[in-house]
Design a protein around this ligand. Structure first.
Ligand code: E4P
Length: 229
């Protein structure tokens, strides 16, 4: 499963990229607004920091302007995935960009029927939002299972299921169980994935016992090197 980070905060992205766990980045207009920065500058910096796909979302709603924005965004870097909303005009834009071999992430997907349309439009990624469905009292992960099952029936569908609106590690694990290709995670959720209280307490116990021996691996290595010289 690929991990994307869902943020436009370049410091967070650089920090997480250094872990070697990051396969891409997703942004949206709200995240760009939160960064307080010029969108094209931020997208260019992110594309430089992370070689994988970087989703940059159009903000128009009509196909002509969406295409004009998509052209600007895709010209920023080769790894930009133009993000379009799941609307008729968004899917027309998707088709046009895919015909030019530009990556497209179709976002704001809330139903299996929408996901079928995204695949037929040739989307590189479709982004179903699990957390926002959960917020409505539905089970967002049911939608992921449905989409993965449906796409599996059609080998000519090349669209990857990008699980979005993730709220915590349980969403990640359940999404992985469905076989979804990608999960986009807020930075705090990526950090939570590492955490387990038994890891912390186990490590503390090992270190306490080790300290009591007075030994040092590096000192011993130096001694062995000296002895061999
Ligand atoms: C995905 O690309 C979206 O940016 C994101 O996952 C939305 O998540 P939210 O529902 O937490 O805003």
């Amino acid at each position: 499963m690929k991990f994307f980070v869902d943020t436009a905060d370049i410091d967070e992205i650089r920090d997480l990229a250094a872990t070697g766990m990051l396969d891409g980045v997703t942004t949206n207009p709200s995240l760009i607004a939160k960064s307080g920065r010029n969108m094209l500058d931020v997208i260019a910096e992110i594309c430089d920091a992370v070689p994988g796909p970087v989703s940059a979302e159009v903000t128009a709603t009509d196909v002509e302007t969406m295409l004009a924005e998509a052209n600007v965004l895709s010209a920023v870097a080769k790894n930009v995935a133009v993000k379009v909303p799941l609307t008729p005009d968004g899917l027309k834009t998707c088709r046009a960009m895919r015909d030019r071999d530009i990556m497209v992430n179709v976002t704001l997907c809330f139903s299996a029927s929408q996901a079928i349309l995204a695949a037929k439009a040739g989307a590189t990624f479709v982004s179903p939002f699990v957390g926002r469905l959960d917020d409505m009292g539905l089970r967002g992960l049911d939608l992921i299972e449905d989409i993965v099952d449906i796409y599996d029936q059609y080998p000519d569908f090349e669209t990857e299921v990008l699980v979005a609106s993730i709220r915590g590690p349980a969403h990640v694990v359940e999404a992985a169980r469905t076989g979804a290709h990608v999960a986009t995670l807020p930075p705090n959720v990526i950090r939570q994935l590492y955490k387990h209280p038994l890891t912390d307490s186990g490590l503390a116990a090992f270190l306490k016992d080790w300290e009591a021996t007075g030994q040092s691996i590096l000192e011993q290595a130096g001694q062995r090197k000296d002895a061999a010289a």
